[in-house]
Design a binder for this molecule. Structure first.
Ligand code: HPA
Length: 271
């Protein structure tokens, strides 16, 4: 079965179970699932119930779609995402994003946990992603699906300046500190060596992580507007030999979750 038919079957299922006319969708990253408790009149759909949907295997990722209302807006939440390091193809990693597009979602809010390479960052900081560097395989390699988007999509404005402004305003209004910078996507699953953190800093990154970039590329390919946040769980570099663990990433995520929730609420309110 071709990708468009698979997308249509998955989209039909989501529509039937959760409805449509969504104002936006939110993807929750590692240890950031708590935002899901904000959803009112929530209806849940397990990924395993959606035709052709992969199932997430990482601790801290729930693996369900939640549809409901947040800040008065119809919102779809993807609690749990798919990572390349789990062994999924890039097509699988980004399948859910294309399903969202297929059911008419035009605004995509993404979150992740990342490692800071900007030495000014501290664990618990929230970084507005203003650009990215892709060091993963590109999810659009292969025959282009013209029904979804162009062969050579532009990435000069991958992160919506309009939505970024709403995030900065939410930060000021709700007094939630917000930094900004460039996110570098690497495959993982290893965390970086001190020299790799240093290299990523040298080439212009402020944070590094193992997700989000493929989703942004696919979302921009099909014309969705994107806003993304990275929660800094650790800071790496030549002079920081502190070990980082998945547990630490989740613990800092839990602390920063309140900030992230406030920011997303502020953006949704202003939309
Ligand atoms: N590197 C890559 N991904 C991450 C990190 C890191 O240091 N921290 C959280 N996700």
């Amino acid at each position: 079965m071709d990708i468009l038919s698979r997308l249509d079957e998955a989209a039909a299922c989501v529509r039937q179970r959760l409805g449509d006319a969504w104002a936006a969708a939110v993807v929750l990253g590692s240890g950031l699932g708590g935002f899901a408790s904000q959803v009112e009149d929530a209806r849940e759909l397990d990924y395993s119930e959606i035709p052709h949907f992969p199932v997430s295997t990482v601790e801290g990722h729930a693996g369900k779609l939640i549809g409901g209302r947040v800040a008065g807006k119809r919102l779809l939440v993807m609690a749990g995402r798919f990572h390349y390091y789990e062994g999924y193809s890039m097509g699988q990693v980004t399948f859910g994003i294309r399903v969202l597009h297929r059911i008419g979602v035009k605004v995509l809010l993404l979150s992740n946990a990342g490692g800071g390479v900007n030495p000014a960052f501290r664990p618990g900081d929230v970084m507005l992603i203003t650009d990215h560097i892709n060091l993963m395989p590109n999810p659009l390699v292969g025959p282009n699906i013209d029904e979804l988007g162009p062969r050579f999509p532009n990435m000069s404005d991958a992160y919506s300046p309009r939505l970024a402004d709403l995030a900065r305003r939410a930060s000021a209004l709700r007094k939630v500190p917000l930094t900004q910078g460039c996110y570098l996507g690497s495959t993982g699953p290893t965390f970086e060596t001190p020299h790799e953190y240093n290299f990523f800093r040298t080439i212009g990154a402020d944070a590094v992580g193992m997700s989000t970039v493929p989703e942004v590329i696919v979302a921009r390919h099909c014309g969705m507007e994107v806003l993304a946040f990275s929660v800094i769980s650790n800071v790496g570099g030549l002079y920081s030999h502190k070990e980082v663990s998945h547990q630490e990433v989740q613990e800092v995520g839990a602390l920063a979750e309140k900030r992230l929730t406030e920011l997303i609420l502020g953006v949704l309110e202003a939309m």
